[in-house]
Design a protein around this ligand. Sequence first.
Ligand SMILES: [Zn+2]
Length: 265
Amino acid sequence: MKATTTIFLYFLILISLANRSTAKIKGQKTSDTIPTSAEKLIKCYPDFVKGYQNNNIILKDGTKLLWDDGIKNKSAKLLLDKPDIEDMFSQKYSVGIQKISLAVNFDPGRVRNEAFFMKMYGASDKDVRKNLTEITWCPKLVNQKITVTKINGIDKKLIQISAELDAHPEYKKYVTNIGGTFTWRNINGTNRHSMHSFGMTIDINTTYSDYWQWACKCTNENAGVMYKNRIPQTIVDIFERHGFIWGGKWYHFDTMHFEYRPELI
Ligand SMILES: [Zn+2]
């Protein structure tokens, strides 16, 4: 082989090595490839997620969170009650206009590993509060003070969202009288924390919103529910552009609800 060809090949190898995911932790076996969804967590939460190793998500503080618990074909209830981190990606969230009708229990983003979110936002009311700040929501149209977390730059993202919404006076009624941001609480009728516990979730005006528990007048997640929505798509698009998923895309619909889950978008 000519010397120039050898040097060329050598450089090719060097470039390919440099392009390999930098998220692997030093000393990790090369056969331990990072699942695509784990890479999303690493990319979306750079302040907290360090990498993936041996079936664990490794956080910057050294915490290991189990990626896949090996339990296959979990029921809808088990997925909601005892999800591993991998399960959070078990249903695909689609950005933009909803093209398909919602299958029973199709709730992309509603499966949440609480330990993961507690590590980022706080594991108690007191801990979460340490990271909260007040912002002015839609200064032109609404001018309401709301309390949200600073973690993951969510306060800044909501300021941007509200600036974009301010340009739509035709939608003022939907974004007026914000239904709620932070409250340390469980989801009504369950032992699971509401994502409102973490200050990274916002409910817009409840007057023009629809919720599966109001539709069935129950808290039973096995109840049959009829989908209903009155929130304009433009509002959904603005939130999604900034990493927030919308509860209007769930079988267990919650059309006032927007939650910061960039790993699903
Ligand atoms: Zn909500």
